[in-house]
Design a protein around this ligand. Structure first.
Ligand code: ADP
Ligand code: ASP
Ligand code: MG
Length: 409
């Protein structure tokens, strides 16, 4: 007997027939003799609608009320799935985040999970009851509802699996695994059988939304065995594993893209100590996440240009912060461009293999694509390009690194 956490995303619970399909899958796992906790997302489209409503009511809103609204989608699906299971003769009950509880910090809208008290749930599981748990939501130190950031049900599932010492955490979604790149971008994307935690973490943080970044970090930290698989087809998915479990190492394992970026250039920034600290310190204080940064050597020793990227949704706030610093710092202009996309190639094999960046730059040059900013880590090379070329770039790189599926794919 094993203890399993199964997580179903928005498309998998997108209507009542699909919820019945999920119930049948859950029933099969339970009837195989396992203890099962199921984590579900809201029906696909629901959370987007809820977010849109909060924005229509008030552009700058109270994040605590935002959480009350956007957490509601998952309340519907846990109830419906519990009903569907009961209809199949299975003992099941729903759990909202606060009922377990999933304790989080107080950063509404992107809260982090702290402690999960599983005492009662463990008893119920041992009695053969299936737990149907609302993903994406928790309860903050002020006893108010929190949410974990978009895609956060993956993190709910992994956190629950860690807290329950589960044998497996199966993430059921609308693709049958993790691919070499988003299968929506190229039909030549290939399913990966095993991927390391580190590579999955980089791919997720660079835009591959098949798993929320934090869920991968948490799985890595707690050694949770995660599998990504289809909720519609019965076939093996992708296992996220330790590096030692990978037999054949690729130099580049996958390619991610992130269209939600904006580029900001501060022109004529005085070249003196402390300026970068002031700029990036102020942006951080206003919760603006800065990603890539380039600063030129100043020619005259007096001033230079500073270019960096922020999340597209943070661009307005970044402008506000920088406008406020103009007097103190004395730069000459701000130029921003939301029409950019970050493309990243990821692979643990590049630690020992030179030439990965060269292939990337040459391939993009052959397609006439200009590189605006470059950044690297030990297992990743990222470039910022015009978003007009996103698909062209991903497809060309996919071919260049030998990732294309052969023949009929
Ligand atoms: P869910 O609602 O089940 O959480 P998501 O939409 O959050 O599903 O994530 C699944 C989607 O992630 C897929 O439909 C696919 O378009 C996208 N995706 C992006 N990159 C990848 C990748 N490398 N492998 C698989 N899917 C990817
Ligand atoms: N329903 C939430 C969202 O759409 C959480 C999730 O799907 O993981 O972001
Ligand atoms: Mg998701």
């Amino acid at each position: 007997m094993a203890r399993i956490v199964m997580k179903f995303g928005g498309t998998s619970v997108g209507d009542t027939n699909r919820i019945k399909n999920v119930a049948r899958r859950v029933k099969a796992e339970a009837e195989a003799g396992n203890e099962v906790a199921v984590v579900v997302s809201a029906m696909s489209g629901t959370t987007n609608q809820l977010v849109a409503w909060t924005n229509e009511i008030a552009r700058l809103h109270d994040a605590r009320e935002y959480d009350v609204v956007v957490a509601s989608g998952e309340q519907v699906t846990v109830g419906l799935l519990a009903l569907a299971l009961q209809d199949l003769g299975i003992n099941a009950r729903s759990w909202l985040g606060w009922q377990i509880p999933f304790r989080t910090d107080g950063i509404h809208g992107k809260a982090r999970i702290g402690e999960i008290d599983t005492t009662i749930m463990r008893q119920r599981l041992a009695e053969g009851q299936i737990a149907v748990v609302a993903g994406f939501q928790g309860i903050g130190p002020d006893n108010r509802i929190t949410t974990l950031g978009r895609g956060g049900s993956d993190t709910s599932a992994v956190a629950l699996a860690a807290a329950l010492d589960a044998d497996r955490c199966d993430i059921y979604t609308d693709v049958d695994g993790v691919y070499t790149t988003d299968p929506r971008i190229t039909a030549k994307a290939r399913k990966i059988d095993r991927i390391t935690y580190e590579e999955m973490l980089e791919l997720a943080s660079q835009g591959a939304k098949v798993l929320q970044t934090r869920s991968v970090a948490m799985a890595m930290q707690h050694g949770v065995r995660v599998q990504v698989l289809s909720s519609f087809e019965d076939k093996p998915g992708t296992l996220v594993v330790d590096e030692g479990e990978i037999v054949e190492q690729q130099v580049v394992t996958g390619i991610a893209y992130s269209p939600d970026e904006a580029k900001v250039t501060l022109v004529g920034v005085p070249d003196r100590p402390g300026v970068a600290g002031t700029i990036f310190g102020s942006l951080a204080d206003s919760a603006v996440n800065v990603d890539m940064i380039v600063q030129n050597v100043s020619q005259d020793g007096k001033s230079t240009d500073l270019t960096f990227t922020v999340g597209a949704t943070d661009l307005d706030r970044a402008h506000q912060v920088l406008d406020g610093l103009k007097g103190e710092i004395g730069y000459s202009d701000i130029v921003s461009d939301p029409g950019v996309c970050k493309i990243s190639v990821v692979g643990v094999g590049m630690r020992s293999q030179p030439g990965v960046a060269k292939t990337m730059f040459q391939t993009l040059a052959e397609k006439g694509i200009n590189i605006q900013v470059i950044s690297t880590s030990e297992i990743k090379v990222s470039v910022l390009i015009s978003s007009d070329y996103t698909e062209l770039a991903v497809r060309a790189l996919h071919t260049a690194y030998g990732l294309d599926a052969d023949g009929d794919g």
